[in-house]
Write a protein that binds this ligand. Structure first.
Ligand SMILES: Nc1ncnc2c1ncn2[C@@H]1O[C@H](COP(=O)(O)OP(=O)(O)O)[C@@H](O)[C@H]1O
Ligand SMILES: [Mg+2]
Length: 275
């Protein structure tokens, strides 16, 4: 099983929307998909539940970290939804190592039943995010093209607790950073300028979808994407032309990310402790 975590300490950058699209895409391609929602806001759980595509586990994601998880649904597409106690986990520091170990043990077990696990995370730099990153194979970071978000990339990489460089160095050397995914992209002069800036500063962290200049994965801002999220519909199955147009625009980016997850071999597991 390949485990992909969506991570960025900024909220509202499209993490949950991208997690949802990827989960549907993997399922449509015949992969057995386990989706885990670690965000107490539940923005991955709601669309997956509303669409009725995923079988919902009989336990919530906080129990994944407290060793309280029971059997997963025997379905090729399952969801572990958000739970009420997710926010409280950070306040139990003496439990953090057991939380991370329980998450790892859960994923090891789930690997017998699923091909891909998509984990959506909360913007708080807390133990949920750390536990997910400590056991994942891949991490993808949606970003928005505004100055604040660009400054946030430094923190995303170098934050002393949840920075990806730190996690890789200390907790999970096999974590593969797929890259930065600009989301909610608008064709304004301001954003175009910022896109150029991101390429200049972080070009090596962007996800190529072609050889040409500027051919990097990105998700434009499209109302159909927000509508699909709100209504629990699968974007490419929606009747509206706008939805199909939006899917056509983002398909190369989604396919590229999915291909990396399913085909790139993560390095051998290391002996680094879970936390
Ligand atoms: N590409 C997009 N185009 C239009 N709206 C989007 C897009 N991506 C996300 N949204 C909407 O923006 C809001 C924030 O997105 P969300 O995925 O919940 O962000 P995050 O998980 O990073 O907090 C949601 O209302 C969502 O439906
Ligand atoms: Mg979210």
């Amino acid at each position: 099983m390949k485990t992909l975590v969506l991570a960025n300490q900024k909220g509202g950058v499209g993490k949950s929307a991208v997690a949802t699209l990827l989960a549907y895409h993997f399922a449509q391609k015949g992969q057995r998909v386990l989706a885990i929602d670690l965000d107490h806001q539940g923005n991955l759980s709601r669309p997956l539940q509303a669409s009725k595509r995923a079988a919902v586990a009989g336990f919530t994601s906080d129990l994944v970290m407290t060793s309280g998880a029971t059997a997963l649904p025997a379905s090729p597409f399952a969801l572990v939804p958000f739970g009420p106690d997710l926010l409280a986990m950070e306040r139990q520091p003496q439990q953090h190592t057991p939380f991370a170990r329980a998450m790892r043990a859960f994923l090891v077990q789930a690997a017998a039943q699923f091909d891909v696990c998509v984990i959506d995370t909360n913007p708080n730099p807390d133990i949920r995010l750390i536990a997910a990153l400590a056991s994942a194979d891949f991490v993808l970071s949606p970003i928005q093209l505004n100055q604040e978000a660009l400054d946030g990339v430094t923190s995303l990489l170098n934050h002393e607790r949840v920075g990806l460089r730190k996690i890789k160095a200390v907790l999970n050397p096999r974590l593969h950073f797929i890259g930065l995914l600009p989301t909610l992209v608008e064709p304004t002069p301001f954003q175009k300028e910022n896109f150029v800036q991101v390429i200049e500063r972080y070009g090596s962290l962007m996800i190529r979808i072609g050889d040409g200049a500027g051919q990097f994965a990105r998700i434009p801002k499209r109302s159909a994407i927000a509508e699909a999220q709100a209504a629990g519909e699968v974007l490419w199955e929606m009747k509206k032309t706008a939805a199909r147009d939006a899917w056509r625009e983002i398909e190369p980016s989604i396919v590229r990310i999915a291909t990396i997850v399913t085909s790139v071999q993560a390095p051998e597991p290391s002996h680094a402790a879970a936390a």
